[in-house]
Design a protein around this ligand. Structure first.
Ligand code: GDP
Ligand code: IMO
Ligand code: MG
Length: 422
């Protein structure tokens, strides 16, 4: 399959988990390179639903090596419970999971600060997942973070954690929040460290060994292009580089070893959390929520929904270098008589064919729509391109052309067998 980076081309929750699971069949190694347990990747295997937060979705296939790379921030308590939950469902997690020793650790003060900062922001809040992601990446950049190698060494953990808790307790008290007990946090994290120690390794060296053996790596992006700290709708973003470049920095695999980028996008648009969403539309939100769809896999929040936005996906093609497109949730539009897709934005007299960087300008943009006739036929049983209604094929072709990449997969349901290779 060659080394493939899979990224979300919208605002997250594009169906990356499902497509990763499908593509894992042809890969040897699956690597998460960014984000933390703010992610929620859903995979259905038969009638069983799995939601992965930190562990690569490749874990559900046998004999695949799964790696949590250095670019990820890890809540060790969350990781331990994720491993245990998988064990309970009969999924083996042992030598098939390796965790980078340089990945940063999320502590309770990160989660508390995340929550407090949201309160302080009031109506300008980001709508974070409150998993402590922003403060953990903040500590990494400020060079005061603890890494997995520290977590699994009780002496280093004790010394470094004591200093971090002392400092953060001052901040928490100033914000009117309860300070943390070093003793309690140390006990809990030391326990998790003991459990995780066998998984922790130098993953950069390991990945280069797998490449020397000729093995193929699949990079599992988390979040989406417009949640990227640099390329997203700042400040309404997450705190990592979710885009394709993050796969290199977040794993230690160099750019010239990357062969292909797959962009995953829904046949419409969703976003969970605050920030601009130019094509947001109440009718399509009501329709999808009425079908029991589009509730967050991590927080359960209702996702905001809107029409497909090709200005956004075209931009995503540009910054990620997307070669191939996987369009998911086509079946969500099965009952819509007239489908709209945004082809440009209008802001006053100015027309934008690209995403403006200023979130305030973007929020004030009016979408310019093209209209497509709906197919008004269920698609969830289609197995081949030819079995899709002609109007659905026309819509898919049009959005791929507008996005500027090759249509590779059309997905018509959450199941493995609801995947059409174009
Ligand atoms: P991720 O974060 O990108 O992995 O996406 P999520 O798992 O958060 O959300 C995507 C949702 O869409 C999940 O509930 C998937 O099971 C579901 N899904 C993925 N592809 C399809 C599809 O083609 N049709 C339908 N009906 N559901 C899909
Ligand atoms: P997956 O990998 C959708 C959003 C949050 C919020 C913003 C910042 O499942 O696609 P954070 O907790 O990261 O500081 O929140 O980013 N967000 C996601 N939205 N899918 C995700 O992950 C997300 N991870 C973070 O809702 O708006
Ligand atoms: Mg998700």
């Amino acid at each position: 399959m060659a080394n493939t980076i899979l990224v979300g081309a919208q605002w997250g929750d594009e169906g990356k988990g499902k497509i990763i699971d499908v593509l894992t069949e042809q890969a040897d190694v699956v690597v998460r390179y960014a984000g933390g347990n703010n992610a929620g990747h859903t995979v259905w295997v038969g009638k069983q639903k799995y939601v992965l937060h930190l562990i690569p979705s490749g874990i559900l296939r046998q004999r695949k090596l799964c790696v949590i790379g250095n670019g990820v921030v890890i809540d060790p308590i969350g990781l331990v419970s994720e491993i245990r939950a998988l064990h309970k469902l009969g999924i083996k997690v042992g030598k098939n999971l390796v965790v980078s020793e340089t990945a940063h650790v999320v502590f309770p003060y990160h989660r508390e600060l995340d929550a407090q900062r949201e309160v302080l922001k009031g109506k300008n809040k980001i709508g974070t997942t409150k998993r402590g992601i922003g403060p953990a990446y903040g500590d990494k950049a400020a060079r005061v973070g603890l890494r997995m190698a520290d977590l699994v060494d009780p002496v280093r953990l004790q010394e470094k954690l004591a200093r971090r808790i002392a400092e953060n307790n001052e901040v928490l008290k100033a914000l009117g929040a309860k300070p943390l007990s070093f003793k309690a946090v140390f006990a809990e994290y030391n326990e998790a460290g003991k459990f995780l120690k066998p998984f922790v390794e130098n993953t950069v060296v390991l990945l280069h060994q797998t490449m020397r053996r000729g093995e193929d790596i699949l990079f599992e992006g988390a979040q989406g292009t417009f949640l990227d700290i640099d390329h997203g709708t700042y400040p309404f973003v997450t705190s990592s580089n979710t885009t394709a470049g993050g796969a290199c920095t977040g794993s230690g695999v160099p750019p010239h070893r990357m062969d292909r980028v797959v962009g995953v996008m829904k046949a419409y648009t969703t976003r969970v959390g605050e920030g601009p969403l130019p094509t947001e539309n109440q009718e399509i939100s009501d329709l999808l929520h009425g079908m029991g769809r589009e509730f967050g896999a991590t927080t359960g929040r209702a996702r905001r929904c809107g029409w497909f936005d090709s200005v956004a996906t075209r931009h995503a093609t540009m910054v990620n270098g997307i070669d191939d497109l996987a369009v998911t949730n086509l079946d969500g539009l099965d009952t819509v008589a007239t489908i709209k897709a945004c082809v440009a934005y209008r802001h006053g007299k100015k027309r934008y064919d690209y995403m403006p960087n200023d979130a305030e300008v973007l929020a004030a943009c009016e979408p310019v729509y093209a209209e497509f006739e709906g197919w008004l036929t269920p698609t969830h049983q289609a197995k081949t391109w030819k079995q899709l209604p002609p109007k659905a094929r026309a819509y898919l072709k049009a959005i791929a052309e507008l996005t500027g990449a090759k249509l590779f997969i059309a997905s018509v349901g959450p199941g493995r067998d609801q995947t059409i290779f174009v």
